[in-house]
Design a protein around this ligand. Structure first.
Ligand SMILES: Nc1ncnc2c1ncn2[C@@H]1O[C@H](COP(=O)(O)OP(=O)(O)OP(=O)(O)O)[C@@H](O)[C@H]1O
Length: 272
């Protein structure tokens, strides 16, 4: 496991290095019996290296579909994704070892124990000291007592922690997290947030985090992307969004955007 130097007090938006994530006109349409559904509609955004960026949006806004396309597990209908400067459509395998994800919607094989699951993934990721890495992560994420239990028999919160351990096996430079603290009790959720903060501080990793938990986003994120009906309708630092909407909390900003007929950015663009 290569140890990167502790990075960043701040995200690296240097124009000389490609951003961690660059997305251009990304679109996903699903054909359904009821007609085509445009889940992601010509979305463009960048995520700076070393940042923790929140991906917000109401149910069905397109967050999971976007993350799936960033991972390359879902093919875009149109548009382009670059991760760490690598075109995912053409050279996905050159960058997969440097990224990882966790999602409550992707379950690990139920019958395998936690230890077996993490070991299989460790080998898939080509780690050299799988046993030690699994032991270390089990210690860090307080999973040691679950290692010999079948993954399918764990509680939702325990599964979330195992999924995070799986996502950290290869010490990714780009970590995509879909609702990482969903179904965790407040104490465990707080512990996971501290873990992610420490992980970012130690490794300089970039984290893109879809979340419905606004205090979590305010605490963890340097930058926020807000999706609505498949489009990115606003982006900025939490403090910028609070100032722009004249609100005290991100929750209020979220409600303003969710309930607006036309979000503020679209109104501004229309006026240009
Ligand atoms: N495989 C699919 N086939 C058809 N429609 C889909 C498919 N996957 C997603 N959708 C639709 O695409 C839209 C975006 O879904 P997505 O899961 O990306 O939203 P989300 O922002 O992650 O929502 P949530 O917060 O509820 O998890 C929704 O209207 C959803 O019904």
């Amino acid at each position: 496991m290569t140890q990167r130097p502790p990075d960043p007090s701040a995200a690296d938006a240097s124009p000389l290095r490609p951003p961690a994530i660059a997305v251009e006109a990304l679109t996903k349409r699903f054909d359904t019996p009821g007609g085509a559904v445009t889940a992601v509609d010509a979305v463009s955004f960048r995520v700076a290296r070393g940042s923790v960026t929140g991906l917000l949006g109401g149910n069905g806004a397109g967050k999971t579909t976007t993350i799936s396309m960033l991972l390359g597990v879902l093919l875009p209908t149109a548009g382009r994704v670059e991760i760490l400067g690598v075109d995912m459509a053409r050279h996905r395998h050159a960058v997969l070892a440097r990224m990882n994800f966790s999602s409550p919607y992707v379950e690990l094989p139920h019958r395998l124990t936690v230890q077996e699951n993490l070991t299989v993934y460790g080998h898939l990721y080509g780690l050299t000291c799988v046993k030690k890495r699994v032991r270390d992560l089990a210690d860090q994420l307080d999973l040691a007592r679950f290692l010999n239990r079948p993954s399918g028999g764990l509680s939702a919160g325990q599964k979330t922690r195992v999924a995070l351990a799986k996502a950290l096996l290869n010490e990714p430079e780009v970590l995509l997290l879909d609702e990482p603290t969903a179904s965790l009790d407040p104490d465990t959720a707080d512990w996971i947030r501290r873990y992610l903060e420490a992980y970012r501080a130690r490794t300089g990793a970039t984290i893109l985090l879809a979340s419905h938990n606004m205090p979590e986003v305010e605490r963890l994120c340097d930058d926020v992307l807000v999706m609505r009906r498949g489009r990115v309708v606003d982006q900025g630092a939490p403090s910028d969004l609070l100032a722009r909407y004249g609100r005290a909390t991100l929750e209020e900003v979220f409600l303003d955007i969710a309930r607006a007929e036309t979000p503020m950015t679209e109104r501004a663009n229309a006026a240009d």
